[in-house]
Design a protein around this ligand. Structure first.
Ligand code: NI
Ligand code: MN
Length: 228
């Protein structure tokens, strides 16, 4: 499995030749100012949305207009919202694995909020647990650390967890370390930091703190890819 980090919470997973884009926030992301976001992707098969906040759903309409046949996967309310705009969607909710050509996906509880910029209710916020024969990965979405994270490794060992570390609206480094213990996860890809002034972190310090706990905090430059 390949994981490419773009910025904020936007990542692309490549699994079984399928391209899964998570929480696209590019065209209005200050880090991509004046860049043509279409140059970033040759192909997108799926868009996974953790919750309805603008910094996670900003480019759904832009990208689904440009790339044919994208299936948007999210909670029932977010799926309905985009389906009404003519976008192909699949709405799921907490409680079971759903099979897709790339593997099986479970929508996971998150402690956050979820509302669209126009005030439409965005259902319960969540994350995704993805089990594939190329490995298992957990994408928490925006959340604090929650005790429910203890359940996630009971479904299978994780190769990677994608966790927010910027604080203020989500977990900070301290909470993300506790989360990684709950998850029994040694490899963490940090997201949701440095995009804006109020979620700026000391990257070196953050990596040191994870290292001291025997864990690896991976922080990628925009556009960089890791193989797991
Ligand atoms: Ni949010
Ligand atoms: Mn956010």
């Amino acid at each position: 499995m390949k994981v490419t980090f773009f910025s904020h919470s936007t990542c692309m997973l490549k699994v079984h030749e399928k391209y899964l884009l998570i929480d696209p926030f590019l065209s209005e992301n200050p880090i991509f100012r004046n860049e043509n976001v279409f140059k970033l992707f040759k192909k997108i098969d799926y868009i996974l949305l953790t919750h309805a906040h603008y910094d996670h759903v900003c480019d759904v309409e832009l990208l689904t207009r440009k790339y044919n046949n994208i299936l948007v996967i999210s909670n029932y309310e977010i799926s309905n919202y985009f389906n009404k705009k003519g976008i192909k969607t699949c709405g799921i909710n907490y409680g079971s694995f759903i099979s897709f050509p790339f593997g099986k996906l479970k929508y996971i509880w998150a402690a956050h909020s979820s509302v669209f910029n126009d005030g439409t209710y965005g259902g319960n916020p969540g994350g995704f647990l993805l089990h594939t024969d190329e490995g298992n990965i957990y994408i928490s979405g925006d959340t604090s650390v929650i005790y429910e994270m203890n359940l996630i490794p009971t479904f299978g060992k994780l190769k990677l967890s994608i966790l927010p570390i910027g604080g203020k609206y989500t977990m900070d480094v301290e909470e993300a370390i506790i989360a990684s213990d709950f998850l029994k996860s040694e490899k963490i890809l940090g997201v949701h930091y440095d995009t804006f002034e109020d979620i700026r972190i000391d990257k070196e310090q953050a990596q040191k703190r994870f290292f001291k706990k025997g864990k690896e905090l991976i922080l990628l430059e925009k556009g960089k890819t890791i193989c797991i």
